[in-house]
Write a protein that binds this ligand. Structure first.
Ligand SMILES: [Zn+2]
Ligand SMILES: [Zn+2]
Length: 642
């Protein structure tokens, strides 16, 4: 008889299962741990008397994760026989796990206030990688010699067995703090702590601190309406208690922000203080690396619940600089989108990359500075610069990628094709007919005939130069609208008259509406603040069912002249897109005889559009990326299937 404990786990990442194994070793517990495509299964001998204390202790050791779902337990006569996912040893880039955090805040530990604290199952590992395979000799830590205590841990500590990046204050990376006149090196525990304490107090006193973190340089400051950086900054919630006071969040959003993966999330503001600083919504982060986490602790000690940061480079002016000499490769941070129980990775590298994928082709793919390359017989997707040159029979490169392979068998591919193939492959639908929508600023309807992806209803190209001329000639009466608009909004009229030709429709729409953030994000943020019901129909086409950017803009301008509120308009923009997509997709499905629908592109990461799509296309269960970002970065994976 066996006792089986199962937890849903919606990722092929191994760090939670590996941490469970290490914990079992530590506790000398006999348990089989198996990870499948969608869960982690632990099989215990039923009569084991250590079982209860093991399960209780597990809660202390295992972090919250974006990928963890509900658990259940049952008894069985046989051990479950299921297909395990492949085990891989790739460097992580997530927050420290509970055990490592405990060390960082334990004054007895060798890692008290040591920001580079990590183990095999957590922390910032990837920033130190210079090339594969992932061993210490291939990281920037190769010149640091572990002290005797670290050496001992590497042989005997269950969580740090053979850990490539083992280090502590004694043998690890030194920190220094500089202001305009002086420089302080941190040499011991007391110094490390002091350095973060001074930083926290400085920020509370209204000064700024430029800090090198494992995710690149960040300028930290107390957000205020006088500080220019505030509007586009990320809100760093230092204390978990501040979330419910200052932000309007559902449980799923709260859990995601606190997960060990620590994604970026756009959340509606609640407190008057935050509304005054950021408007209706703000991009939020809970401390995600050792440096930021230690700073956050001292920010709380200095009396603040939250601060803000902007990503920047080392040359930015600030009152203090906190730095270390070890070079790092930072990854683009990951933006997450949540709608009820759905989580979508919108864009970025951290959390999801590096990734191991299946491929039996002798092919290298390149897109958005990422590459898929075979290392020791395994296909790994990671940043271009961590791979050595390899032999390959062919190379697939994204069409606009600034990359010269010099390979005689180089193919260039379109984003939408690779994105759609990535989703089809993740859902085991390669080779079956399917309909797709790729929406990334421009909207394209796609058809996959089982072999290749065709752009079935391409968007009418949009060029923002000579805009008024194009609107004037759109249809009868349009010239009158242009004149009325010029009278009512002379400044906007002027700006739209002198646009460069290469702006996307959302930028132009944001300018038209006079939004502070002149981008797709700006419109999304504005839409988020609309709490009413829809009903405003924005015109999306003129002829032959294709989306017409000029008709769309004209429609927005006439509503503007009719004094429609901006947030209502922005909400309606996405709703109208949702209706349009919901009308075209079923037509395409009928035409080609397929009920498989794929959605790709970052524009789908929008509450009003996503909700509308669920309503109009819900029965078709549209497929989207699971282990990759939904828009750009899934292409490096999808190109394996072109
Ligand atoms: Zn750890
Ligand atoms: Zn050490």
């Amino acid at each position: 008889m066996y006792f089986i404990f199962e937890i849903a786990f919606s990722s092929n990442k191994n760090y939670i299962a590996n941490l469970l194994r290490a914990y079992a070793t530590q506790q000398a517990m006999k348990v089989d741990i198996l990870q499948t495509a969608d869960k982690i299964i632990m099989t215990f001998k039923k009569e084991d008397e250590k079982l209860e204390s093991f399960l209780l202790g597990m809660e202390e050791v295992i972090p919250a994760s974006l990928f963890l779902g509900k658990g259940k337990h049952y008894f069985a006569e046989e051990k479950p026989a299921l297909m395990p996912v492949e085990k891989v040893n790739l460097p992580l880039n997530i927050a420290p796990c509970p055990s490592c955090q405990k060390e960082m805040f334990d004054v007895i530990s060798r890692r008290y206030y040591y920001p580079f604290t990590s183990c095999n199952h957590c922390g910032s590992q990837h920033p130190f990688l210079t090339k594969y395979p992932y061993i210490r000799a291939n990281t920037t830590m190769k010149f640091l010699v572990p002290c005797a205590a670290c050496e001992d841990e590497r042989k005997n500590h269950a969580l740090r067995m053979d850990y490539p990046l083992i280090s502590c204050i004694e043998c690890g990376i030194g920190l220094r703090m500089l202001d305009k006149e002086t420089e302080h090196m941190a040499l011991n525990k007391g110094d490390y702590r002091k350095l973060f304490e001074v930083s926290g107090r400085a920020i509370a006193a209204g000064q700024s601190v430029l800090m090198k973190t494992m995710h690149g340089y960040r300028k930290f400051f107390k957000p205020s309406t006088e500080e220019d950086d505030t509007v586009l900054s990320t809100l760093l919630m230092a204390s978990a208690g501040g979330f419910n006071e200052h932000l309007m969040m559902v449980e799923q959003e709260f859990n995601a922000l606190l997960s060990i993966e620590r994604p970026l999330l756009r959340v509606a503001t609640k407190s008057d203080a935050l509304k005054a600083l950021y408007g209706s919504s703000v991009q939020v982060k809970y401390p995600d690396d050792g440096m930021t986490m230690l700073l956050a602790r001292e920010v709380i000690n200095a009396g603040l619940e939250y601060i803000a940061y902007v990503e920047c480079d080392s040359s930015v002016e600030a009152d203090f600089l906190v730095d270390f000499d070890m070079p790092i490769n930072s990854q683009k941070d990951m933006k997450l989108f949540i709608n009820q129980d759905t989580k979508l990775f919108v864009s970025g590298e951290r959390i999801l990359f590096p990734a191991q994928v299946q491929s039996n082709k002798n092919r290298v793919t390149v897109a958005h500075d990422l590459a898929c390359v075979k290392v020791e017989e395994k296909s790994i997707i990671d940043a271009l610069e961590v791979f050595d040159t390899v032999d390959t029979s062919e190379i697939y490169v994204l069409e606009d990628e600034d990359f010269e392979s010099g390979h005689s068998n180089e193919h260039r591919f379109e984003q939408y094709k690779a994105s759609m193939m990535s989703v089809l492959s993740e859902h085991y639908k390669v080779g079956q007919k399917a309909v797709g929508v790729h929406f990334d600023g421009t909207l394209n309807f796609l058809y996959y005939n089982g072999k290749t992806v065709i752009n079935a209803v391409p968007a009418i190209p949009f060029e923002s130069d000579n805009l008024w001329e194009k609107i004037r000639t759109l249809r009868e009466g349009s010239d009158r609208l242009v004149e009325n608009y010029k009278k009512a909004y002379p400044e906007v009229w002027e700006r739209l008259d002198t646009l460069e030709g290469d702006m996307d429709i959302f930028e132009v729409t944001a300018i038209t509406l006079g939004l502070a953030d002149e981008s797709f994000e700006g419109i999304s943020a504005e839409a988020l603040s609309f709490l009413g019901k829809g009903g405003l129909q924005i015109d999306t086409r003129v002829k032959d069912n294709r989306f017409d950017n000029y008709a769309f803009l004209t429609s927005i301008m006439s509503y503007q002249l009719g004094d429609v509120e901006n947030n209502f308009m922005c909400y309606s923009i996405y709703e109208s897109f949702g209706d349009y997509i919901g009308e075209i997709v079923p037509q395409l499905c009928d035409k080609v005889g397929s009920n498989i629908v794929v959605l790709t592109g970052e524009t789908f990461a929008n509450q009003s559009l996503y909700a509308r799509i669920q309503r109009t296309l819900g029965q078709k269960n549209p497929l989207m990326s699971k282990n990759f970002p939904i828009g750009k970065e899934n292409a490096v994976h999808g190109a394996l299937y072109l």
